[in-house]
Design a protein around this ligand. Structure first.
Ligand SMILES: [Zn+2]
Length: 215
């Protein structure tokens, strides 16, 4: 360990991504209390949806998980991606039906990416892929901004809102491939369905999904 990293650790101690407690030596991104008490899903939170085979998620989107993801998405806590990536990669490794050829993500619109400065699902996908000794590649684009899904009610409303919002700029990239599509949070699954539909229309063979947290 270098002198600078000792100083950095002293002045900027590593904190748990979920509860912000200062981490003990050996803790890997999240603390032992959170390791015990996080809202883990059973059976990898597996749920089925239209156009995608299934979606798995290690955590439920509530309590400290929800707060943590809000900091990641809206308050610039991009360093959380490393820890999230480890959690999500662990969940993916445990899923027996996960076979895939390509890892990708649900993109933000270009406008929102510019205003936020980063695309959190891309960071999560890159970190997860790294953990899996793989790379994540961009397969989808969202040219237009639409109303935030979180501001809308039921599945029908959400599906109508994003219908046609995503495009596959390079169909050759996905043709015949099984795509593992990553997002930070899945609630109704309508965004994943819409993205999966576009990928299948562009020639992808199958889409499976993984999100850090689910509703
Ligand atoms: Zn914690």
């Amino acid at each position: 360990m270098s002198f600078t990293s000792v100083l950095l650790d002293l002045f900027f101690p590593h904190k748990c991504v979920f509860c912000a407690r200062v981490l003990n030596k050996g803790d890997d991104g999240w603390c032992s209390q959170c390791t015990e008490s996080l809202p883990y899903t059973d059976n990898r939170g597996r749920q089925e949806g239209d156009h995608f085979a299934f979606c798995i998620s290690p955590l439920y989107y509530r309590g400290p998980v929800r707060k943590s993801i809000m900091r990641f998405k809206f308050r610039g806590a991009i360093a959380y991606a490393d820890t999230y990536g480890k959690l999500l990669a662990g969940c993916i490794r445990e899923e027996p039906d996960i076979g895939y050829d390509l890892i990708s993500w649900v993109p933000l619109s270009s406008k929102r990416k510019r205003s936020r400065g980063y695309d959190q699902a891309m960071l999560l996908a890159l970190a997860t892929a790294l953990e899996l000794d793989d790379v994540a590649v961009e397969t989808l684009e969202k040219p237009q901004d639409v109303q935030a899904q979180s501001e809308l009610g039921d599945l029908q409303e959400r599906s109508a809102n994003i219908s046609g919002a995503y495009i596959v700029p390079d169909p050759e990239l996905v043709r015949g491939k099984c795509i593992l599509l990553i997002d930070d949070v899945v609630t109704t699954g309508s965004t994943l369905s819409e993205c999966a539909k576009e990928l299948l229309d562009a020639g992808a063979a199958k889409v499976v999904c993984a999100s850090l947290a689910r509703g």
